[in-house]
Ligand binder design. Structure first.
Ligand code: ACO
Length: 333
């Protein structure tokens, strides 16, 4: 096989739904402010014993079912997540829960909201260059664990979810992933981060660097919303254009624009810049908020299952976020 195609998708969200009105009870905000500035109305949040990996496994199972592929035939599991249940990575736990026999490779890809696009491109490279046949690409995040629920500037934006696709090797020249553009800019780190707390804070005996160090932990999500907004509106249209160029396609051949679901105003601004009419822009962030690496496969799954996205259609995807990272991939369903 030379090419690869998308043969299944699936998604999963936590049970608890949190509305803007619910949030207005814990921070000084209103449904109107949140709706107008972001387009978000609801989000799902993990509670109790629910875990990110549980959602990821459910989404992956649904993708395998749709593809009619057995878990035993999966030879690579890529988990795109910045919030693993284990610091060492959660992909092997997902591989085990799915029951994939033969110890197929499973590892995490960390690139925040760009993670899924990066995972998809990586999967296509493993298939083309490495002889892999069935690659599960899962985008799953639980930013609720790292949100400061007293900070109205950030806690209104995020939700938890998982989405997955199965990318399969095929003989045809027609590719499921055929043109991409990936970037990062560590200089922009300061605009959006969840850094490890510095060692000094854990010093045990008053010395500058405490020894032995105490356990590591991360800060809450720190974000300069205006800068992130500007960054997204600047780089995403450019990146989609380059990915299209690499795919040898014109803008007019895009059936759907499927961007990382961060903010409706960002989706609108990018579509306007690319001159893509709003009825070809996929948006479900009203129901789920910004679900980081899960947002693109979650929206893809909903659009496929509702019959909106049809077989053979061309979709321009683009992720952007912390790192800073961003990237676009032109895919065919
Ligand atoms: N409710 C009511 N008022 C609020 C709220 C809130 N939830 N949050 C902020 N405000 C206030 C501010 O305090 C400020 O008040 P002031 O004028 O008295 O100082 C005012 O509203 C305006 O705040 P801004 O931050 O300037 O509002 P802005 O229009 O920029 O909208 C927002 C903020 C929605 C965060 C926007 O900047 C945005 O969406 N940015 C992109 C963020 C993003 O997508 N981040 C995720 C990237 S993906 C990833 O990798 C995780």
């Amino acid at each position: 096989g030379k090419g690869c195609k998308l043969v299944g998708c699936g998604s999963a969200v936590p049970k608890l739904e949190v509305s803007n009105d619910d949030l207005s009870k814990i921070v000084d905000t209103t449904d109107e402010w949140i709706s107008v500035r972001t387009g978000i109305r609801n989000r799902r949040v993990l509670t109790g014993k629910e875990k990110m990996t549980g959602l990821a496994v459910e989404a992956a199972r649904k993708a395998l079912e749709m593809a009619e592929v057995d878990a035993d035939d999966v030879d690579l599991v890529l988990l795109c997540s910045s919030t693993p249940d284990d610091l060492f990575g959660s992909a092997p736990q997902i591989q085990a829960a799915l029951g994939c026999k033969g110890n197929p490779l499973a590892f995490d890809i960390t690139a925040a909201c760009s993670g899924f696009v990066l995972g998809l491109v990586s999967a296509s490279c493993y298939i083309r260059g490495g002889g892999f046949k069935n690659v599960l690409v899962i985008g799953a995040d639980a930013l609720s664990r790292y949100v400061d629920w007293t900070d109205r500037g950030t806690c209104i934006l995020f939700g938890d979810a998982a989405g997955a696709v199965l990318l399969q090797a095929c003989d045809s020249e027609e590719d499921g992933v055929f043109g991409f553009d990936l970037h990062s800019d560590g200089e922009g780190y300061r605009h959006l981060h969840t850094g490890i707390k510095e060692n000094e804070e854990f010093g045990t005996n008053g010395s500058v660097v405490g020894f032995p160090p105490k356990g590591g932990s991360y800060s809450y999500i720190q974000m300069n919303g205006k800068e992130v907004f500007r960054f997204a509106c600047r780089v995403v249209p450019q990146s989609v254009e380059v990915a299209l160029e690499n795919a040898g396609l014109a803008r007019s051949s895009i059936d759907w624009l499927l961007l990382h679901q961060a903010n409706q105003r960002i989706l609108d601004a990018v579509a306007t810049r690319l001159e893509i009419p709003s009825d070809r822009v996929i948006s479900n962030l009203a129901n789920y908020g910004n679900t980081s690496a899960a947002s693109i496969p979650l929206a893809l799954d909903e659009a496929v299952r509702s019959g909106k996205i049809k077989p053979g259609q061309t979709i321009a995807t683009s992720g952007f976020g912390a790192g800073l990272t961003w990237g676009s991939a032109i895919i065919r369903w």
